[in-house]
Design a binder for this molecule. Sequence first.
Ligand code: PLP
Length: 418
Amino acid sequence: NTPLHELDPDVAAAVDAELRRQQSTLEMIASENFAPVAVMEAQGSVLTNKYAEGYPGRRYYGGCEHVDVAEQIAIDRIKDLFGAEYANVQPHSGASANQAALFAIAQPGDTILGLDLAHGGHLTHGMRLNFSGKQFNVVAYHVDEAGLVDMAEVERLAKEHRPKVIIAGWSAYPRQLDFAEFRRIADEVEAYLWVDMAHFAGLVAAGLHPNPVEHADVVTSTTHKTLGGPRGGIILAKKEFAKKLNSSVFPGFQGGPLEHVIAAKAVSFKVAASEEFKERQQRTLDGARIIAERLVQDDVTAHGVSVLSGGTDVHLLLVDLRDSELDGQQAEDRLHEVGITVNRNAVPNDPRPPMVTSGLRIGTPALATRGFQAEDFTEVGDIIAETLKPGFDADKAASLKARVTALADKHPLYPGLK
Ligand code: PLP
């Protein structure tokens, strides 16, 4: 029972340094968040020791009476949160949830229709090197000139290729999808509709985004993005898919579930049903909108910086640097230098290579969790704008970094952790 710092000072030092990094910088990677201490407590609990192959009440191991309770709470809470008929809380990650979901409703070789990776889709929606691209016949739809998903193209491709599954969901898209229209098209070609709400699940839970569960056959999500829980995945669906999905997750792709993570998911679902969570998601949305507004000011756009689709109605915005001298890599590096963490991101029809890109994806969930208010997001937007303008030198970097530090100090993260 030797504590980590004594048993393994090397790993402890890395953990400590990561805590300090999270505390002292502004985390703006759109897929990241800060899990509550209670979630991390459940995740770091003795439940990690337990084998529990199977599902609550139907396990292949003895001694599952307590993990059964935690897993059933997680299932009941997530069903309530999204109004779902069925839930599986065992997927180890978003990608695992997607793999299990896709193989439950389609066979290798079937055609799937998803958003192109370069236009904001996810690897698991048909990227060439991913299981989805290797084992399925992929047809991709795109965003149009205005940066919006081209529903006319979705309909045309659906009619032409008659996919088994249509995938609605994204990793980098600043607007809401029209789930009812996706449903209409899916029905017209007798395809299943799978929505991957990994990014926007927290907004849905808060009632601030349309709920795909009302339209889709299957809905997958991560639990660690806007939803704010431990790293993991979930699958929601209509009852009729329950058997196939359960058996696809276990024994199809996974063995023993991570019951410590499932318990932590349950805790985060309780949080997600609260008024406080709703208020936080509203600040997340407001923050992204405010930052987008600061970046479309004339003195910024004059330098070739703009925002894809002109703004956002979710938790992220996409900065377009196609007309800027700065590329995505340089912009990411500059922001890192002042203490803001974002990721570079390809924009549609990106002229620069994928490792460099001409865009940035900037998200607000983590800062909203940290307590940032509208005036703080205005300051963040101004810092980002200044960082991306010409004339960035050591002096300017130092003064911008001081402004970042002031914001970090104003909203302490995990004050009880050392
Ligand atoms: N689906 C979408 C839309 C995502 O954006 C992501 C993660 O970025 C995933 C699935 C995969 O989640 P994970 O990284 O937990 O496998």
